[in-house]
Design a protein around this ligand. Sequence first.
Ligand SMILES: *Cc1c(COP(=O)(O)O)cnc(C)c1O
Length: 355
Amino acid sequence: MAYAPPRPERGMPPIRINLYSDTQTRPTVAMREAMRGAEVGDEQHGNDPTVHRLCDRVGALLGKEAAMFLPSGTMCNVIAILTHCRSGEEVIAHRTSHILTSEGGAHAAFSGVQILGLPGERGLFTAEAVRAAIRPRTRYAPAQRLLEVEQTANIGGGTVWPLMQLEEVTAVARSEGWATHMDGARLMNASVASGIAAKDMAASFDSVWIDFTKGLGAPLGAVLAGSAQFVDEAWRWKQRLGGGMRQAGICAAACIHALDHHIGRLADDHRNAKILARGLRQLPGVAVEEPETNLVFFDPAGAGRTAAELIQRMRLQGVHLSLSGQRVRACTHLDVMEAMIEEALAGIRRELDTR
Ligand SMILES: *Cc1c(COP(=O)(O)O)cnc(C)c1O
């Protein structure tokens, strides 16, 4: 077993260009300044003014009555599913969804739910696929309780759910009496890329959260929003899981700074992703998926190197990429400048030419 993350390997060159993930952004100087001046209180006693300010801002942004500050997006999903579901029930989600692939079996462990993974192109599924997944209401079938959607769909390629498709799939859920939950880790990327307000995308969902540690660039934190009753019940789970915090305003201040300064600039990340994809497409044998937001997936196998080989060789050049199945994932964010994209492309070209 090797569950603990490895320490940085000795002898590895420093990372100069970090395309590994938007989670690896560093708080900017201005963000650190905002944290330094934050007014704070005891968050789990409800008297941290900066946390309240953040929750009010996110509630308004997402068009929900109430919101709750949590350490991570994973905890938002865990608490939302605990609040919506009971043990033995079923959650319907895409088969590549983060809740199914990347949360350590949390929902089986804590909520006792099973997750039904739907097929569908690029991390999206259709209303027809949801309808086809409806089980008979017999004593044999698990009771279906919750539909979950990821905006943007991460493993799907950072793809944006069209508003109409969100409304179609949630309409099926509503007609079945299921609750609806949006994993909005990169909802602001979807909103900036499509020009559709986050609250419109979240309107047909009972609960929704956004992550502050992805493209928004904060050191930690995510905010889960929903009705006042949902958030009230969610507080019980937050407390049980040890998610109640103390002077959390120092972190909430970073998130407020991100709301003020880091949303519009996501368009720069999307543009850089397109520049990267365009450059990769010029390399013979490299299969590139057209990016919709800040994630670029490509497969260099046709150019003589597997994804894993290319990632390893690029790391030796100080360029950090990640592996997703058989593909390379490159992620643009606020620490990646256009010049770095050009440099990474030149490096990739060299690695594929040297064979
Ligand atoms: C990153 C991510 C999460 C988990 O968020 P953390 O803040 O890293 O816990 C959940 N869902 C999706 C789609 C993500 O990309």
